[in-house]
Design a binder for this molecule. Structure first.
Ligand code: GLC
Length: 740
């Protein structure tokens, strides 16, 4: 019966295609026909092997070339997509085999991990999230797409939208941190940047929301580990950024490696068919993660290759990345009735329709001249500098040590990370070249007066020996200020880079202790891909600047900020714990029946540490100072479907222009289920001149006030509090009621 349905569906689409085609030209070759009709027509012409071939993605060589065996597969119509094949000579050669050498001429879809830039590398996504500036994130994604397109790519495996609340997990660097609201705004912005209004246009690529779903909740922060997530947390924390990406029109999703509550994400029909396609109406296609179909065997879900292929494809995973179980075992499973033709055809249709919409049937090749004209233009580098500047978060600035005087006599720059190009790029740096990066040392030299003496000593990073530390201390002798660069190398976070410790690796802390003993003021710059334990720095140094891995222009951005050419305005997108023992720790926690109270023995706290984080979500200082006043919430009562207007004033009460990220939080005080003590529901980064004040207004309706309860999404009657301020702690407070 199902087969008749799919044939009927194809027929209906076919007839809907209507007249207007050249005589004899197959419908699927008609650029004027609707993508769905073209896909249906093409599907009807394909053999079973060709269908499974379209669901196969294979890995090129890291340098960008295809593998020799790909040429034959492309000619046979058995290669739907590749990852890592890029630049005109390689992509066009492989494409020619598919388009001109195969029976149906279906082009290959070229993909690559363009996560925070292709050649112009922007701050790592966690650093970009610290900008709290979705428009800027969209611009950066648009530049990344333009550069990726210029080397023959048409699909990026980004944005990564996994919520992460465990900094031991190395991939926290790739996402937007701990909060679903901030994460959702950035997910949508990045999708818009990559795809534009039409991802088939030149300079645009298909986006891919990943990793669906719950990957960031890996137990113990250990990558690829199992996740046990309640329905409430799935719906209210982990799903929202994916929903935002889908609503923004993301062309594809990627399934995750994790076992989610006993059902691996790569075979999770409930999430794929039930939520993504059923509830959200997602029309794009889904790709597995790298060999995650094959890994269903290791998970203990599939008995063998054939079983894994059937379970993944039947669950709704359309394309298989790198493992080849669909192609190798699919035809037999289809013939044996273990796989339905309807499922197979549905997946192939989704892939074909995306290819038609991508425009690669009409434009399968890339102009070799485009790359040189597109990559790393001055305008793109200026944007990369602006992005790095806005990503920086000032964590401490005692007695206004910063900004430093560019005419200062002697500056000692200490720490290997200050002279490392690769570590400015961070993980997943695509075809970013360390040689293109500006180091902090170079940035300092470019930011001080010609008369300023700048000395450097590496301190040898993690493997420091006593003499390395001694040399560093000696170099700092007589300095008016020491700029100490500490943190992690680019490969200490990212995929398969989880840590049990959040301390500064190696003897960096000892280096800082020795530098402090010199008596010269020490400004610490932290380069890292995750929250680290910075308690000693907070206690013992006058200034701490969080720089993440700030991209090609990162060293210059940090130096311009240290010497006052720029004013830091970033805010933390993730909580910084005092110690790893507090993890998971995040601001939007539930209150417990015994909220932490240092004065109450029997309350939810520790006997050996404060329960407070070191730096809270949303925190960040500036060289300016800002005051909040006049919080008004109206009307004082609404119905569940109503909206309240929240307004307040932010004033720059300093003599220096600067950015502030004003934040709005709510607290639903009581309901049928408990909710977090605060939930971010609005923010705006604004630039204010000295003395300037601005009245901000935010409207909070069901989307902001609601919650996914066991009975479904609702705004429940009762009291709500509203907070407006410069972080997730404190701020102005008001309240309103939702009346039944
Ligand atoms: C990796 C990652 C995924 C990436 C893919 C292709 O294992 O999990 O994020 O897009 O493989 O490189």
């Amino acid at each position: 019966m199902k087969d008749h349905k799919s044939i009927l569906a194809v027929l209906i689409i076919f007839l809907a295609a209507g007249p207007g085609r050249g005589a004899g030209l197959p419908l699927y070759k008609d650029p004027k026909a609707a993508p769905a009709a073209r896909a249906a027509d093409l599907l009807g012409r394909m053999t079973v092997e060709e269908k499974f071939g379209q669901l196969q993605q294979l890995d090129g060589l890291w340098e960008g070339n295809y593998r020799e065996e790909h040429l034959k597969l492309a000619r046979e119509g058995k290669l739907g997509s590749t990852l890592n094949v890029r630049t005109a000579p390689f992509a066009n050669k492989l494409q020619k085999e598919a388009v001109e050498g195969s029976r149906l001429g279906i082009p290959v879809l070229f993909a690559f991990d363009v996560i925070h830039g292709y050649r112009t590398i922007f701050p790592v996504p966690l650093g970009e999230s610290a900008q709290w500036d979705p428009a800027l994130a969209e611009q950066a994604a648009s530049v990344a797409a333009e550069e990726a397109y210029s080397v023959g790519l048409k699909w990026t495996f980004a944005p990564m939208v996994d919520i992460a609340r465990d900094p031991r997990w190395g991939r926290i660097v790739e996402g937007s941190g701990e909060d679903p609201y901030l994460g959702s705004k950035l997910a949508a912005a990045r999708v818009r940047g990559f795809q534009g209004a039409d991802f088939g246009a030149p300079g645009k690529v298909l986006a891919c929301a990943k990793h669906w779903a719950g990957y960031g909740a890996a137990e113990a922060g250990r990558d690829y580990n199992n996740t046990d997530i309640s329905e409430s947390s799935l719906r209210n924390i982990y799903f929202p950024p994916f929903k935002a990406a889908a609503d923004a029109g993301a062309a594809t999703f990627m399934t995750a490696f994790n076992d989610l509550n006993g059902l691996p994400s790569t075979a999770n029909k409930r999430n794929l068919a039930g939520v993504l396609r059923g509830e959200w109406g997602f029309k794009g296609f889904v790709v597995s993660d790298y060999t995650s179909v094959k890994e269903l065997i290791a998970h203990g879900l599939a008995a063998d290759d054939g079983d894994a292929a059937v379970k993944a494809l039947s669950a709704g995973v359309d394309m298989e990345m790198v493992s080849a179980l669909y192609r190798e075992t699919g035809p037999a499973a289809l013939a044996a009735g273990r796989l339905s033709a309807a499922d197979l055809d549905a997946s192939v249709l989704r892939v074909l329709e995306a290819k038609f919409r991508a425009g690669i049937f009409e434009h399968p090749y890339i102009d070799p001249a485009l790359e040189a004209a597109t990559l790393k233009t001055p305008e793109k580098l200026r944007l990369a500098l602006a992005a790095a500047l806005k990503s920086l978060v000032l964590l401490k600035n005692e007695n206004a040590l910063l900004p430093l005087d560019p005419k200062i006599g002697k500056v000692a720059v200490i720490g290997a990370l200050a002279d490392s190009r690769a570590d400015m790029l961070g993980s997943w740096s695509a075809d970013g070249k360390p040689a293109d990066a500006v180091t902090l040392l170079e940035g300092v030299k470019a930011s001080v007066s010609p008369a300023t003496e700048v000395v450097f000593s590496s301190g040898a990073f993690a493997g420091a020996a006593d003499e390395d530390l001694a040399k560093a201390v000696a170099a700092a002798a007589g300095a008016d200020v020491i700029i100490a660069a500490v943190g992690e190398t680019f490969d200490m976070s990212g995929e398969a880079a989880s840590r049990v410790s959040l301390s500064l690796p190696g003897r960096q802390l000892e280096l800082l202790e020795r530098l402090k003993k010199t008596g010269h003021p020490v400004a610490a710059v932290v380069f890292n891909g995750r929250p680290l334990e910075l308690g000693w720095l907070q206690e013992n140094l006058p200034a701490v600047l969080e720089a993440w891995q700030p991209g090609l222009q990162g060293g210059l951005a940090v130096a311009q900020t240290l010497f006052g050419k720029a004013n830091p305005g970033g805010k933390l997108p993730v909580t910084f714990p005092r110690s790893v023992g507090q993890v998971p720790i995040y601001y939007a926690h539930r209150n417990t029946g015994r909220p932490p109270n240092p004065k109450e023995k029997y309350s939810s706290k520790y006997i050996d540490s404060s329960f407070e984080p070191l730096y809270p979500f949303g925190y960040g200082l500036s060289y300016s100072s800002f005051a909040y006043s006049g919080l008004e919430v109206s009307p004082p009562a609404i119905k569940p479907g109503g909206k309240v207007r929240v307004s307040f004033e932010v004033k720059n009460v300093s003599r220096r222009a600067g950015d502030e990220v004003a934040q709005v939080y709510i607290k639903d005080e009581a309901g049928s289920e408990t909710r977090p003590v605060r939930e971010l529901k609005g923010f705006q980064r604004l630039a204010l001149a000295p003395g300037e004040s601005r009245r901000l207004t935010f409207e909070l309706g069901p989307e902001e006030l609601g919650w996914h309860y066991t009975g479904g999404f609702a705004v429940e009657p009762g009291g709500f509090k509203v907070y407006a301020g410069s972080s997730s702690v404190g701020g102005l407070e008001a309240s309103f009621k939702v009346e039944p």
